[in-house]
Design a protein around this ligand. Structure first.
Ligand code: PMV
Length: 337
């Protein structure tokens, strides 16, 4: 019999970003065109409780979005979660209905990888419900299949690389370094906290229509080993330059896809200019931007307070979230219901 299970999982910020599926592979297999590298972030997380029971007459999914009351999930979001639940039902020969309740510690849908923390927490909670003894590799693969590929990085502790692999069994994330290895910080600077116009799912599906897409994949062959090296050598100067290049290229591809996708807004540019300015004064902070307008500032912990204080003075900044590198997905005993 399945048990009630709860998992907590962090979002992750990509230093090298996953953008686009590998040509010739099926969408459902979520095999990326390029490898990606990320760091788990401790203050942006999802907690999810799952319970299969004969008491439930239909599947029920509830999400408590940041600062709001719990909402019942319907439509395509419901279908996406249930498709993943069905994978576990099939694996475990179960036909019981499920109740899922999920809580996010941060604004969803604003380019802070809510789907990465959400789908990794869901996968771990489902595995926990059936007491499945999974190796990390298996957990990463199952999480990747949930829909948000980047979620497969959140299950591993600290600094993580998702290797492309050549099929579904070989595409998963591994650790580069544990969270305590480097005292980096990720200051999430929120300049807009509403739902974004285009999901990353849409972005992946049109990425190959950009004339710059193939060029980006070529450039990544050199950049990926350099980012690994920057982490291993704790070289923020090198890492910073590489992550900014990578983020700009992703957005260049998005902006030149057909139809084009524009994620940046005035606030995004304001933070980018701010960082260029403070670096002139010797304060090292570098930007990276996911599928939304909000900016992640990567800096050393020792500079975090200072940068946070200064960035909050900018006209478009709504609020910030301070993060340290952290462990990946875990089961916990405190249930949400
Ligand atoms: O994993 P998805 O489908 O949510 O896409 C993630 C896309 C980016 O956040 C922009 C990049 C990344 O690697 O996290």
């Amino acid at each position: 019999m399945p048990v009630k299970a709860t998992a907590i999982s962090p979002a992750n910020i990509a230093f090298i970003k996953y953008w686009g599926r590998k040509e010739g592979t099926e969408d459902k297999d979520v095999i990326p065109s390029n490898g990606s590298i990320s760091m788990n972030i401790d203050n942006c997380y999802t907690v999810t409780t799952t319970e299969f029971s004969s008491r439930y007459k239909e599947d029920e999914i509830w999400i408590q979005f940041f600062g709001q009351n719990p909402q019942r999930v319907t439509g395509s979001q419901f279908e996406r979660v249930i498709a993943h639940v069905n994978r576990f039902r099939q694996l475990n020969n179960c036909d019981l209905k499920i109740k899922v309740v999920s809580e996010n510690s941060f604004p969803s849908d604003a380019g802070i990888a809510a789907s990465a923390s959400g789908f990794s927490a869901l996968t771990m909670a489902l595995a926990g419900a059936f007491k499945m003894k999974l190796k990390l590799k298996e957990l990463s693969i199952l999480t990747r299949l949930a829909g948000s590929g980047s979620a497969c990085r959140s299950v591993i502790d600290g600094f993580v690389e998702w290797r492309v692999g050549y099929n579904s069994e070989t595409s998963y994330a591994i650790q580069i370094a544990p969270p305590e290895f480097w005292d980096l910080a990720d200051l999430v600077v929120v300049v807009k906290d509403e739902k974004k116009e285009f999901s990353s799912l849409h972005g992946h599906s049109v990425a190959h229509t950009s004339p710059f897409y193939k060029r980006r994949l070529e450039l990544l062959k050199k950049r990926i080993p350099l980012v690994r090296k920057a982490i291993n050598k704790k070289d923020l100067f090198l890492l910073g330059e590489l992550i900014e290049e990578d983020a700009v290229e992703l957005h260049l591809v998005a902006m030149s896809s057909k139809p084009p996708i524009f994620y940046w807004n005035e606030g995004t540019m304001e933070v980018i200019h701010f960082l260029r300015q403070i670096r002139k004064n010797g304060l090292l902070g570098y930007f990276t931007i996911d599928a939304g307008p909000n900016v992640h500032i990567i800096c050393l912990q020792k500079d975090l307070e200072k940068i946070d204080k200064e960035v909050k003075r900018l006209k478009n900044v709504l609020f910030t979230i301070k993060n340290s590198p952290c462990v990946g997905t875990r089961l916990i005993s405190k249930h949400l219901f």
